[in-house]
Design a protein around this ligand. Structure first.
Ligand code: 6SG
Length: 208
């Protein structure tokens, strides 16, 4: 029986990276899908620490906040660096990815029609930060020589950006190769090819 349960809306959204991480790490998990009508009743919301989803259960442990979930899995599954210094760098990059994710979500949920062009124009200024890091670290990962939760988070945000702007990685060879390499990892490939993944929209408002 899978120890993990994800409770979330029928979107990839803030669970995209968690699901990719669990898949790549060979884990099984249960999904509890909460639709709009159900959520609007308010009963579940009242039980959520911050009034929001995702909710993640690992046995008796109940977590909210998508990045806390990723960090927990990083510790649990050995994807949080091999020492404290690596963990510090992984945190730094995960927070950098979160900054980009927040900008992306602001575009998607608040200013898609008016802001998309300017967002895509400015995007290289954010992507170049990660390009520099990946070009330097020959392992192909953000930190050290093995995959961390920050890699899954970056990977997922880059997949979303390739949908927003299919050519956005063209001038970033290290990012392009990072996406290709992670996409080709057998368990990630199987997950990305699955109906479970493909059937879910990226975002809750249908914009992408
Ligand atoms: C929305 O923001 O999916 N949680 C969201 N929205 C519902 O009542 N910092 C934390 C974290 O990292 C942010 C959590 C996040 O975990 S995610 C949430 O709980 C609320 O606040 C984006 C997403 N949206 C899907 C959705 C929201 C509005 C329309 C579609 C679900 C269906 C209808 C209402 C809620 Fe819906």
């Amino acid at each position: 029986m899978a120890p993990y349960t994800i409770t979330y809306f029928p979107v990839r959204g803030r669970c995209g990276a968690t699901r990719i991480m669990l898949s790549d790490q060979g884990q099984e998990w249960k999904e509890i899908v909460v639709n709009f009508e159900e959520w609007m009743k308010g009963d579940l919301k009242k039980t959520c620490v911050f009034g929001q989803l995702p909710k993640f259960q690992d046995g008796d442990l109940v977590l909210f906040q998508s990045n806390a979930i990723l960090r927990h899995l990083g510790r649990r599954l050995g994807a949080y660096g091999k020492n404290d210094n690596e963990a510090g760098l992984i945190d730094m990059f995960a927070d950098g990815v979160e900054d980009l994710r927040l900008k992306y979500m602001k575009l998607i949920y608040q200013e898609y029609e008016t802001g998309k062009e300017a967002y895509i124009k400015d995007l290289p200024n954010h992507l170049c930060r990660f390009e520099v890091v990946l070009a330097k670290n020959k392992s192909g990962f953000l930190v050290g020589d093995s995959v961390s939760f920050a890699d899954y988070s970056l990977f997922e945000v880059l997949l979303n950006h390739q949908v927003l702007s299919p050519t956005c990685l063209d001038s970033f060879p290290a990012l392009k190769s990072f996406v290709e390499t992670l996409s080709a990892r057998p368990k990630i490939k199987a997950f990305l090819d699955s109906e479970d993944y493909k059937k879910l929209p990226i975002n809750g408002n249908g914009k992408q």
